[in-house]
Design a binder for this molecule. Structure first.
Ligand code: CP
Length: 324
């Protein structure tokens, strides 16, 4: 593996989940693999889970970790080419990424979308520039359109909690929010679930209000509906997440129906387990009567972020060694 940006960077979901669960059973089995290797975690946006779980994963592989909150602690960054830098920006991404590449063997980058220009955000220009200028294997810590470490942890959680011998029905259900959020978690979860469906692991349905469809490139193979009740019937897992509109890009559209999942709505499911990537706004996105019940898998998901990060770093490190 040379980068981890999307499900397209792996061959098989079954295989990577199996490898992640082996690490979970034996976290220090490869504690020498990352010896004398440095991971640089670069954040342009806030994080709790991604920051701590990826650091823990790297330490368990024997790596050293450096963390950089580039927007807060770095020089004001210029990301565009051909600009005379006579304004507020001090350092160009060409030099900044190249320098970090000399300090680190593997890099991770969190870079949220601007939610103003869809074509620009969906081109993933910033992730690609950083990757190309750093010249090091790059892990997405959530990019403009995808959050693969989260999705891998989500798949691990589903396969760990599924009922034996039953192919689970998984529903991605849009939730309300007061702020326009990126589509990245939903795109990514859908992309991974569509691949899991291809591998015969799950059935997958996306439920969202009118005007909230996701980009086709991430949803091919998913059943999609604007009828939340129909989607929830017989569901084994419900993944709750808000996203802003893709069509009316970055917009919050009026929604008449009550889309927040609570215990009442959960009754029509097949005793579904409920998931959310966190952070979650209680009683806005998801009812606290679910979050505080044994139906919630949100803490298990967050805990599995360690194993998703560790299996990805293990694969990147293994390929670093074979390149020598
Ligand atoms: N789910 C997730 O990525 O959490 P953080 O934003 O806190 O890293």
């Amino acid at each position: 593996m040379k980068q981890f940006f999307s499900v397209r960077d792996i061959d098989s979901i079954s295989a990577i989940v199996k490898e992640a669960l082996e690490l979970k059973a034996n976290p220090f089995a490869h504690e020498d693999l990352g010896r004398r290797k440095t991971l640089g975690l670069v954040f342009l946006n806030p994080s709790l889970r991604t920051r701590m779980s990826t650091q823990k994963a790297a330490l368990q592989l024997g790596m050293q970790v450096m963390m950089m909150n580039l927007n807060q602690d770095g020089w004001a960054l210029e990301t565009q080419d051909g600009v005379v830098m006579n304004g507020s920006s001090v350092e160009h991404i060409r030099e900044a990424a190249a320098v970090m590449g000399t300090y680190c063997d593997v890099l991770g980058l969190r870079s949220f979308p601007g939610l103003q220009d869809r074509e620009q955000d969906y081109s993933e220009w910033l992730f690609k520039k950083f990757r190309d200028y750093s010249r090091k294997p790059l892990v997405s810590l959530e990019s403009a359109t995808l959050h693969p470490l989260q999705s891998l942890a989500d798949v691990i959680t589903i396969l760990e909690h599924q009922k034996p011998g039953v192919k689970p029905k998984v529903v991605l259900s849009w939730a309300p929010h007061v702020k326009p959020l990126p589509q990245a978690v939903a795109n990514s979860f859908s992309e991974w679930m569509c691949q899991a469906k291809k591998e015969g692991l799950v059935d997958f349905v996306i439920a969202h209000p009118e005007g909230y469809r996701l980009a086709e490139s991430f949803t091919t193979g998913a059943k999609q509906t604007t009828d939340q009740r129909e989607a929830l019937e017989g569901a084994d897992f419900v993944y709750v997440k808000n996203w802003s509109s893709y069509d009316d890009y970055g917009g919050i559209l009026p929604v008449k129906e009550a889309w927040m999942l609570d215990q009442q709505q959960l009754k029509i499911t097949n005793q579904a387990k409920v998931m959310h990537c966190l952070p979650v706004r209680r009683d806005l996105e998801l009812a606290s009567d679910i979050l505080d019940s044994s139906d919630s898998l949100v803490i298990a998901q967050a805990a599995n972020r360690v194993w998703s990060a560790q299996v990805v770093l293990k694969r990147l490190l293994t390929d670093l060694k074979t390149d020598l």
